[in-house]
Design a protein around this ligand. Structure first.
Ligand SMILES: *Cc1c(COP(=O)(O)O)cnc(C)c1O
Length: 452
């Protein structure tokens, strides 16, 4: 792992340490204040208040060192407070923090666009890609849809079951899950068509069969000629880290091409090197028309990219795209450092190391714990699905108990799936084999303590 393992003496030890109950007394004190001034709609999975963090370790206000296997949901992909990211962002903070790119531009925005274009599978001089930068994943989705509508002149937006795209008005209408994301916030946005996905553990279909089902559904409900775009997560994130069957995504992309529908890969969670390719769609052999980035792009600073074929991106009128903070210079400088770290430290190979080391650990647990129905994922985006033994019925209470037991032991885990049927793992690409071993040992204990 080269430079990454050599940390300054002041760095946080990459080891778990539990010194109080979790949450500890100081966290509880802050939490009591929080409940008076922050509404419950802004929910925290584990109300442990964090003081500092480095690479895979969170240090809370009570001095506990917690192993972070979520990375703020796939954001700190190259680790918390990566030295190069901190240095680049600090330097940029001292130069200029804001001009508004649409007033007077700056180079880091252009550098980020160059990096994103370079990594789209299939991009070349003859197939150029261009990028608009915004602030959040939901904004990336919103703009992807806008751009596809402008290009096609059509209204329809196709999405998949188990999908998740954000919490703005448009994106909350695109999510599979009504509660809590859309319930009561209506009217929901129209012209959105949701089709069955590929979920091999449950549907038993081949990629070709699942794609035929998706396409037939969309042709019946929407009509291909009314569709501007199909928005798909190559690996569904909130929906359960669902990896589609082989051939599913290529068949959908082919159908989109034949019907003039813009194929949008929502890589907000799966992208930015986590899967073992900069864009996970590469691992499925598909060239997207538009690819969306956010979460992991800037090492924890807010930034989102909408990267698309030039002919699609060029349709919008000057001024039609953008926003005050979109492509903030500090976020852009951080993103450039993230790309440099991915290349310099060969982090795509690290993602594949994690796929094998973490994956082997999970498969060993599966032998011991019959509740683990499946281990799945790509790279450092892995999950287990927990079911009632001998069935494919979700066991959401078991999922919650396992996560609570792990938290008590200083390991931060997160559930996934519209039925709360799984536990997802989004470790830093620099997490050592030793630390992965500790996470697996804690998970083993937590599964046992939760009664699996
Ligand atoms: C998180 C997520 C979003 C929304 O991103 P925000 O930054 O929270 O707005 C969109 N799509 C996918 C796939 C996501 O995982």
């Amino acid at each position: 792992m080269s430079e990454a393992t050599q940390q300054p003496e002041t760095a946080i030890p990459q080891e778990r340490l539990v010194v109080t109950e979790i949450p500890g007394p100081r966290s509880k004190e802050i939490h009591a204040r929080r409940t008076r001034v922050v509404p419950p709609g802004v929910h925290s999975v584990l109300p442990v208040y964090i003081d500092r963090a480095h690479d895979s370790i969170l240090v809370d206000v009570d001095g506990n060192r917690i192993i972070d296997v979520c990375g703020g949901i796939g954001v700190t992909t190259i680790g918390h407070t990566d030295d190069a990211v901190v240095a680049a962002a600090t330097d940029q903070l001292n130069r200029v923090t804001h001009t508004l790119f649409t007033m007077t531009p700056y180079e880091p925005y252009v550098q980020v666009a160059e990096y994103l274009a370079k990594h789209v599978p299939g991009s070349s001089e003859d197939a150029p890609y261009k990028t608009l930068l915004m602030n959040s994943g939901a904004e990336a989705v919103e703009n992807g849809v806008k751009i596809a509508r402008k290009y096609t002149g059509r209204p329809g937006v196709a999405v998949l079951e188990h999908g998740y795209h954000g919490r703005t008005m448009l994106t909350s209408s695109m999510n599979h899950k009504g509660a809590p994301y859309a319930l009561g916030y209506g009217p929901r946005v129209g012209d959105i068509y949701r089709a069955p996905n590929s979920y091999p553990l449950h549907d038993g279909l081949t990629g070709a069969e699942a794609a035929a089902r998706t396409i037939a559904h969309l042709e019946k409900t929407a009509g291909a000629a009314d569709l501007a775009c199909l928005v798909v997560e190559p690996i569904q994130g909130e929906g359960g880290f669902i990896v589609p069957a082989d051939g599913y995504l290529p068949a959908l992309a082919e159908w989109c091409r034949e019907n003039g529908i813009v194929f949008i890969a929502d890589e907000v969670q799966a992208g930015m090197a986590r899967s073992g390719a900069v864009f996970s769609i590469e691992r499925f052999g598909v060239q997207p028309d538009i690819v969306l980035s956010a979460k992991g792009i800037a090492g924890g600073l807010p930034l989102a990219g909408i990267t698309g074929r030039a002919e699609i991106m060029d349709k919008s009128l000057p001024g039609g795209l953008g926003g005050t903070f979109g492509g903030n210079p500090v976020s852009c400088a951080a993103a450039v450092a993230v790309f440099e770290q991915i290349e310099k430290n060969n982090l795509l190979a690290e993602a594949k190391r994690i796929e094998s080391v973490f994956g082997d650990g999970l498969r060993a647990l599966q032998e011991k714990h019959p509740a683990i129905a499946e281990v799945r994922g790509r790279g450092a985006m892995l999950a287990i699905e927990l079911t009632k033994p001998g069935t494919l019925e979700a066991d959401p209470e078991l999922v919650d108990r396992v996560i609570a037991e792990a938290a008590q032991r200083g390991v931060l885990l997160l559930s996934t799936g519209i039925y709360n049927q799984g536990i997802r793992f989004l470790p830093s690409l620099k997490m050592s084999d030793a630390l992965i071993g500790d996470v697996i040992a804690v998970l083993d204990e937590a599964l046992t303590a939760a009664g699996s």
